[in-house]
Design a protein. Structure first.
Length: 288
């Protein structure tokens, strides 16, 4: 019989994990919702941002908060470069060509990271206390990452709803032809969207490097889970991705305590398949 306190602790850890997963999914969903292209290599861009934080802190001695800001800048630049060099030339191509192009970028990033930095696991040791609340142990590092992830998502929400550029981005995601007739330039908005999505990857990279070690194949660990969350929530549906992230995080965390860590991911995959049969358009898709 499993002690209920362990289940409760798993629920809390699931909530903390859900915040970071939601941040990953929202960045990817923002890009898909506006540009209508799935960046297969999105989490590998996050890994590059994690490397940026690691080297800025471990090699150049930057304070962690400043390296985190550097990660956001690196992510924004990478997002813009990917858009200009890879996405723009294939915007009019069939979806399979788009997937192959971003999939090729994934293998390029993994191979380049292996060449330059080997397959060593690199991490930043952050000395923070572990909180005990009612017999539940909570990592302050994960709590901090959760709080910053929520703050970043709130900032994204206000950017999309309270600024002219954000409003234009939402408009172009709904009707590309109409927004062009109103004087806005869709191509410019696509570039801004890619940069914003890249900046979100930078935030995620800064929050993940203080919890996990980075290596060239880090994207293989979080990439499939991020896509699963996006599909479960409904591709392009920001609210759906937010809800799906916390659902999947709870399944993984609680399932890991009840059965095993590996089985937690298996159960999450089974839940995903069942939900795709029940709600093929996503959790919050409207019924026809």
């Amino acid at each position: 019989m499993i002690d209920p306190i362990f289940i409760l602790e798993a629920v809390v850890n699931g909530i903390l994990l859900g915040g970071v997963l939601a941040l990953l999914a929202l960045g990817l969903n923002l890009i898909f919702g506006v540009i209508d292209i799935v960046w297969i290599a999105y989490v590998d861009l996050v890994a590059l941002c994690m490397y940026a934080v690691y080297f800025l802190v471990a090699v150049y001695g930057w304070p962690l908060w400043l390296a985190g800001l550097g990660s956001i800048a690196v992510g924004a630049v990478l997002g813009a470069l990917v858009h200009v060099l890879i996405i723009t030339p294939i915007l009019a191509s069939p979806p399979i060509n788009q997937l192959l192009a971003t999939g090729g970028l994934l293998f390029f990033i993994q191979s380049a990271a292996t060449l330059f930095w080997s397959t060593d696991h690199r991490s930043i040791r952050v000395s923070m206390p572990t909180l005990e609340v009612g017999g539940i142990f909570i990592s302050f590092t994960r709590l901090l990452a959760f709080g910053l992830a929520i703050a970043a998502m709130i900032a994204l929400y206000f950017f999309l709803t309270r600024t002219y550029t954000g409003t234009a981005i939402r408009a172009v995601s709904q009707d590309r032809e109409a927004i062009a007739l109103m004087g806005a330039r869709p191509q410019r908005l696509y570039l801004v969207t890619s940069a914003v999505g890249g900046a979100m990857a930078g935030v995620a990279g800064a929050l993940l490097i203080i919890q996990y070690a980075v290596h060239p194949y880090f994207g293989a660990a979080f990439g499939p889970l991020t896509f699963m969350i996006c599909v479960l929530g409904g591709l392009g549906n920001m609210v759906g991705a937010f809800v799906a992230a916390f659902i999947m995080a709870q399944v993984i965390s609680v399932g890991g305590v009840i059965v095993s860590t590996e089985m937690g991911y298996v159960i999450a995959f089974v839940v995903f398949i069942v939900m795709m049969f029940l709600r093929p358009g996503g959790l919050l898709a409207r019924r026809e």
